[in-house]
Structures are given as C-alpha cells and as structure tokens.
Design a protein. Structure first.
Length: 65
C-alpha cells in the first residue's frame, strides 16, 4: 500500500503584515480557540486561513435576486 505524501502548499500572502482589529462574538472566539487547540495552530493562523478561504470562494457582484 502506497503512503500518501504530505503536501504543503506555498503561502499565498507573503508580503508585510499589518495588525487589524475586529470585534467578534465571544462564542466565535471560543470556536476559533478550540479549533486552534485541536490543530496545533494559533488563533491568528486559523483566522488567516478562514479569511483566505473566504476570499478564494467569494463571488463578487450584485445580488440579482
């Protein structure tokens, strides 16, 4: 049986970083912290991954409904 190789994609955003402040519901922060603990990442990484995913799947334009 072949062992699947670990694939680590390159980071999409590599430039200088900036601090951004946002107000989030406490229960959302609790979820982010739980996911961070379960995955061995920090909260910032989880938020960045979620935002990157959202930007990649965002459909821009007017809602025609």
């Amino acid at each position: 049986m072949a062992v699947e190789k670990l694939k680590i994609p390159p980071k999409r955003y590599r430039k200088e970083t900036s601090v951004v402040s946002a107000r989030l519901p406490k229960d959302m922060i609790d979820d982010l912290d739980r996911i961070a603990d379960e995955t061995g990442r920090n909260r910032n990484e989880i938020i960045s991954l979620c935002l990157e995913y959202a930007l990649e799947h965002l459909e821009e334009g007017e809602d025609k409904t």
